[in-house]
Design a protein around this ligand. Structure first.
Ligand SMILES: NC(=O)c1ccc[n+]([C@@H]2O[C@H](COP(=O)([O-])OP(=O)(O)OC[C@H]3O[C@@H](n4cnc5c(N)ncnc54)[C@H](OP(=O)(O)O)[C@@H]3O)[C@@H](O)[C@H]2O)c1
Length: 238
């Protein structure tokens, strides 16, 4: 059966590459982006390679935008199989003279803005699309998290980003528990440190390496993990 996937923040970085990799597997991919022009250009690039990719606008901070995507999917496909919650921001800023953005000087608006995209956006997407997955008793949800949110190895700096990813992991576990009697598998993953606009040029991994576990979790067999955090296809500590 041909599966249908939605990827958030698909216009660049890891989101763009996971669209490419899923489409290469023959999965119909809806590449979403909050910016219409950037998203359309990204989708055109993949379509030129004969990949089954469709563009739709999506800002995960906007309930209206999410509802419009839901209406489009219900009308055109009547199903959703895979959701990759990839969109995210890292906007913690250093203060003058500091080596890194410190929690002691963090401003709450940065926290609010970060939580809005990285946590509440994912929550809204899951609230809207899990009911559609339940109709077919099939779903794979990948919440793109980060080792920076692991409580086991918590350290300093970038506090809004870290807290948002820890909260995202908690959301993953709660959601996975609440759908435990269905064939909907919800997991968090860390892509490693990846060369993207967010990761920067010094990062150690390519986007291809970064999306490997995203693709793996998007296409899990029915007996795959649920409610876990993974890196390199292995379950790791929260
Ligand atoms: N790169 C790394 O080393 C690394 C490591 C660990 C985890 N991650 C996670 O991996 C994910 C992707 O990161 P990346 O490295 O590919 O970052 P990126 O190059 O900065 O791309 C981020 C993407 O998220 C989109 N986005 C942000 N807010 C959005 C919103 N409200 N609605 C819709 N789209 C939104 C951006 O859209 P615009 O183009 O419109 O801004 C962009 O497409 C993030 O969740 C990040 O936290 C990355």
């Amino acid at each position: 059966m041909k599966r249908l996937a939605v990827v958030t923040g698909g216009n660049r970085g890891l989101g763009f590459e996971v669209c490419r990799q899923l489409a290469k597997k023959g999965i119909d991919v809806i590449l979403t982006s909050r910016d219409v022009q950037k998203g359309q250009a990204a989708a055109v690039e993949l379509k030129k390679a004969s990949l089954p990719v469709t563009f739709h606008q999506l800002d995960v901070n906007s309930e209206k935008s999410i509802d419009e995507l839901k209406s489009f999917i219900e009308k055109e496909y009547g199903r959703l199989d895979i959701l990759v919650n990839n969109a995210g921001v890292m906007i913690d800023r250093k203060n003058n003279g500091d080596d890194y953005p410190s929690v002691l000087k963090a401003d709450l608006d940065t926290f609010r803005e970060t939580m809005e995209s990285n946590v509440f956006g994912v929550l809204r997407m899951c609230q809207v699309f899990i009911p559609l997955m339940k109709k077919n008793n099939y779903g794979r949800i990948v919440n793109v998290s980060s080792g920076m949110g692991q409580l086991t190895y918590m350290s300093g700096g970038w506090p809004a980003y870290r807290v948002s990813k820890t909260a995202l992991n908690s959301l993953t576990a709660i959601l996975a528990f609440e759908v435990k009697d269905s064939n909907i598998l919800i997991n968090s993953m860390c892509p490693g440190w990846v060369k993207t606009d967010m990761g920067g040029p010094s990062a150690t991994r390519s986007v291809e390496e970064g999306v490997d576990t995203m693709v793996y979790l998007s296409t899990l067999p029915d007996n795959g993990p649920r409610g876990k955090l993974l890196r390199d296809r292995q379950i790791i500590a929260w």
